[in-house]
Design a protein around this ligand. Structure first.
Ligand code: ZN
Length: 307
């Protein structure tokens, strides 16, 4: 059938060439051939014996079970009470994010400020701020557990060990994103536009120079900002300003909402801190927050897939 089909095309090509003396045979149907050609020739490979739908489903189920078992073993190794849930596939197009009500400034066209990403999926996002504690166990734990997270770095605590965050950045197959949390962690609304710009854009430059990529996300220290903050951030490439809906500590959670609960798309904040600063290590904090997230039926997704 394929042979006959190509012979017919060849014939058509010769006919067209003879009639018009051009090579413009671009697949248009010549008179007399339409209706008689039937279905196009099958592509190579369509002839091969295909797996049945049932076989494919069985294989998919087995692979999933294997992945879940591996993740359960790693969760057990790191002392998690529950195995983290798998995040759904990222959306084909990112949701449109707008500034949360009550978080607006007078400026227009500025990067949106938000605490929750619009989604119906039972997912949350994990973000870790500042960068003081540089625990190698955190990087190992998160990459073995395959939990995505985003780090918002402040240069005054990061500069004594840039390589730690370089290692973090490449520790997971799809990367751990490093974002901007200013040079010196100042209360930005107390600074002039020029000084805010130095704090924010200076950190954009540091991250780009040290890690090869300019951040698109920026989080103001303490979550405090004004119109100048957002204008300055926009001027040096910031696209969005994610704040947080809940904050995780090694021994408790703090909630922004009255219902003291997680919601689809909530951004969870925590910090790079050690046992000198709070009641536990970084792995202790992750154990606790992951048990909260998983027991409420949520998976951790990658913030940069949605923002
Ligand atoms: Zn901070």
């Amino acid at each position: 059938m394929a042979k006959g089909h190509s012979r017919r095309l060849l014939g058509a090509a010769l006919l067209v060439a003879a009639l018009t003396s051009t090579a413009a045979c671009s697949g248009g149907s010549e008179p007399g051939s339409s209706g008689s050609s039937g279905a196009p020739a099958p592509a190579a490979g369509q002839q091969a014996p295909a797996k049945t739908a049932a076989q494919l489903a069985r294989e998919k189920k087995a692979a999933l079970a294997k992945r879940r078992a591996a993740r359960a073993a790693v969760a057990k190794k790191w002392g998690l009470r529950l195995t983290p849930l798998d995040a759904p596939a990222p959306p084909r197009t990112k949701p449109r994010i707008t500034t949360r009500k009550g978080f607006e400034t007078d400026g227009t066209g500025l990067p949106p400020v938000f605490t929750t990403v619009p989604t119906k999926e039972k997912i949350v996002f994990l973000t870790i701020d500042d960068g003081a504690e540089k625990d190698p166990a955190l990087i190992r734990m998160m990459s073995e557990l395959q939990i995505p997270y985003s780090a918002f770095l402040s240069d005054y605590v990061v500069s004594d060990d840039y390589p730690y965050f370089a290692k973090m950045r490449t520790s997971q197959p799809r990367g751990v994103a490093l974002h901007n949390h200013t040079l010196n962690h100042k209360y930005l609304p107390g600074l002039s536009y020029a000084r805010q710009k130095r704090e924010i854009c200076g950190m954009q430059d540091v991250i780009e120079k040290k890690y090869g990529e300019r951040p698109e996300l920026f989080r103001p220290p303490y979550g405090n900002y004004n119109e100048d903050t957002l204008r300055a951030a926009k001027s040096c490439g910031v696209k969005a300003v994610p704040l947080w809906a809940a904050e995780a500590f090694p021994d408790h959670m703090e909630w922004r909402e009255w219902d003291r609960d997680l919601h689809p798309g909530d951004i969870v904040l925590t910090h790079f801190r050690g046992e000198e600063d709070w009641k536990g290590s970084m792995p202790d904090m992750i154990r606790r927050v992951m048990n909260v997230i998983t027991s409420k039926g949520y998976a951790v997704a990658k913030l940069e897939d949605y923002v």
